[in-house]
Design a binder for this molecule. Structure first.
Ligand code: PLP
Length: 400
């Protein structure tokens, strides 16, 4: 048995993922946390910190800062200076702090959709307008549509917010694609906020993660890049993230926005992040191999409805040909708990988290297939809602 095959019962741990369906016969494949134990070396680091006994307010540990800069150089060939870093208790706070730092009266924020849903609340949180620009489906992958960005941005647009790797489409944008985005941001004089939390989870062996800010120093000056180890090492409950902000003025505004609002990062979160950024044990490679196996099982079972996932453990599944008012509720009734695309500005899609032991995934896929089989088909597919960010619905034959 492989280490990731182990079924760990998470019931009774107040798990957000599992407790959503407490008392119902629904297996959870929604929120982005995996059902795997964190690696032993990380658990040992936590145990060592717990064994000290005193878990007080903690300043940012120098070994964490050093480990992060070295990790970035080793993995992504980007040399970041220690003074660029602002440590924060989560990437989502970082998205919001960036928006607050650059907000202007009547300003707007441009966000390619579909997107991880907390992005969509950021503009309102910062008193800014939200402008959604749909991504396009180009055959077997989703792409940014720079012309659509150009056309939808207005004169008040101050900020472009992206996720790379992208949640929920699973894209890992190439250097060429990122250069086109960065050029667009330069032409329109936009700040960029790039959420790169999933950069450690690359399933496609050809895919390389490029931090957009590493393209050139001019882009770095207009960018806030957000990183954390919490996704790859499956410790999302241990809130710790870092914002890389080379521009000193922007960094000061970001820090000002956070004053009194963001809590201290806890000592256990620091301990976990330090251990993860130092990791060269091979655990992550084994995890990725396991996820690649799960991804193959997803493709085999779901077929054309999903595009291959280059990064993340999240599949974006097209069910627009099914006549369902509420797709997530329909699949819950068939025992499989998925995220409804509507929350991601992707109505008619579902997001399926395949970061779990194979036995669980197999059962989830069987239930998903039953849900598809049982769903009525639409006689006509409605004209597209541009907010959905897609081109054509799939030509789906029978899903096995
Ligand atoms: C793209 C993306 N950003 C941010 C987060 C959450 O980050 P945090 O828990 O550090 O706020 C997630 C979690 O699913 C995510 O997928």
């Amino acid at each position: 048995m492989l280490e990731f095959d182990q079924l760990i019962d998470r019931r009774g741990t107040f798990s957000a993922k599992w407790d959503k369906y407490q008392g119902r016969e629904v297996l959870p494949f929604w929120v982005a946390d995996m059902d795997f134990a964190a690696p032993q070396f990380l658990l040992d680091a936590l145990a060592a910190r717990v064994n000290h006994g005193v878990l007080g307010y903690t300043r940012t540990p120098e070994p964490l800062v050093g480990a992060f800069c070295e990790w970035m150089r080793r993995n992504h060939d980007w040399r970041v200076a220690e003074e660029w870093l602002v440590w924060i208790p989560g990437v989502v706070p970082g998205l919001n702090l960036t928006a607050l730092a650059v907000a202007e009266a009547n300003g707007s924020i441009l966000i390619p959709t579909p997107i991880y849903y907390p992005f969509l609340s950021v503009p309102a949180n910062a008193g800014q307008h939200l402008i959604k620009a749909p991504m396009q489906r180009d055959g077997r992958r989703w792409v940014m549509d720079v012309d659509a960005l150009q056309a939808t941005a207005d004169r008040q647009t101050r900020l472009l917010m992206i996720a790379n790797p992208q949640n929920p489409t699973g894209r890992v944008f190439s250097k060429v694609e990122l250069e086109a985005l960065a050029n667009f941001a330069e032409r329109r004089n936009l700040w960029i906020c790039s959420d790169e939390i999933h950069c450690g989870i690359l399933l496609d062996r050809q895919a390389r993660h490029t931090p957009i800010a590493s393209l050139d120093p001019g882009i770095a000056e207009r960018t806030v890049s957000l990183y954390a180890t919490t996704k790859a090492y499956n410790v999302p409950g241990l809130s710790c993230a870092v914002a890389i902000i080379p521009n000193a003025d922007l960094r000061r505004r970001f820090q000002q926005a956070s004053r009194g609002l963001t809590p201290f990062i806890g000592p256990l979160a620091y301990a976990a992040s330090t251990a993860a950024f130092n990791d060269q044990s091979g655990w992550l490679d084994r995890l990725l191999d396991y996820l690649r196996g799960n991804h193959q099982a997803m493709l085999a079972a779901i077929g054309e409805r999903m595009t291959p996932v280059e990064g993340t453990y999240l599949a974006w599944i097209d069910v627009r040909d099914l006549d369902l008012q509420n797709p997530a509720a329909h699949f819950e009734a068939h025992g499989v708990g998925l995220s409804d695309g509507a929350a991601f500005a992707g109505r008619g899609f579902l997001r399926f988290n395949f970061g779990c032991p194979k036995a669980l995934l197999k059962e989830g896929l069987a239930r998903f297939a039953k849900g598809v089989e049982a769903a009525p088909r639409l006689a006509h597919i409605a004209p597209e809602d541009p907010g959905q960010g897609s081109s054509k619905p799939p030509q789906v034959a029978a899903v096995p």
